[in-house]
Ligand binder design. Structure first.
Ligand code: FE
Length: 238
């Protein structure tokens, strides 16, 4: 449960070079397809789960005339866009294989600020990746990893639209690192991406040797003592 300074950075990997290519815009048919996709998703998570790393245009249409204003969100996916692959980072010393399959890492023994992270796993062309493995592990609110068991460790598979949802707590700080969550993401029959997710506004983001701003969660304070965050992964699919 103890940590050596900069333990996660000890075997630092070379960051995958990123690339940004031109955007290929397809026709209205794909806009319609995006609308169909949007209609099939839970309305409460649409705006935040789809936005951060995808080239998706969100439009909101308000309908008045009733006692309540009905808002309809349409997603216009620009399929064919080449996305920047999510940056890879070091695994660190605390990964364990065979984590339990679960979407919530929180039980009666876990303390801390409740955090829900949602997002999609996408291919480089923007296509959602179904059945992708997403394996999280993190320190508890006190900054300690469970190396004897599987507390705050768990894997899951994305749904038919490439979505994952993780219920956890905000990880604590430990010496030498800024606040972070470890994750491995693997599309079916494809290479595994190992990386870390970070939190906005952390003082240590400025001094952590491997902090990468492209890996910062989009965090929202729910106003009830809990937080929600979004992050989309873009991974190799072959
Ligand atoms: Fe770590």
């Amino acid at each position: 449960m103890t940590h050596t300074q900069n333990s996660d950075t000890g075997n630092r990997e070379v960051k995958r070079s990123t690339r940004r290519r031109g955007i290929v815009r397809l026709g209205l048919g794909l806009v319609a397809a995006g609308g169909i996709l949007a209609a099939s998703l839970a309305p409460g998570v649409l705006a935040q789960t789809l936005l951060p790393q995808t080239s998706i245009v969100t439009t909101t249409t308000s309908t008045t005339g009733s006692s309540a204003t009905a808002a309809t969100t349409a997603q216009q996916m620009t399929l064919g866009t080449t996305e920047t692959l999510t940056v890879a980072q070091t695994e660190g010393p605390y990964f364990k294989t065979n984590s339990p399959e679960r979407t919530s890492l929180v039980d009666d023994t876990v303390q801390g600020t409740l955090l829900t992270i949602t997002g999609q796993v996408l291919a480089a062309d923007g296509t959602p990746v179904a059945n992708a493995l997403v394996d999280f592990w993190q320190a508890n609110a006190s900054g300690a990893y469970d190396n004897s068991g599987y507390n705050l460790r768990g894997h899951q598979y994305t749904d038919a639209n490439g979505y994952y949802t993780l219920t956890t707590v905000v990880p604590g700080l430990y010496p030498g690192r800024t606040r972070h969550i470890h994750v491995k993401v693997q599309a079916p029959n494809a290479p595994t991406l190992t990386t870390q997710l970070y939190f906005p506004g952390e003082a240590r983001n400025n001094t952590d040797g491997i902090f990468d701003p492209s890996l910062v969660l989009n965090v929202t304070d729910n106003g009830d003592g809990t937080q929600a965050a979004t992050f989309n992964f873009v991974v190799q699919t072959a």
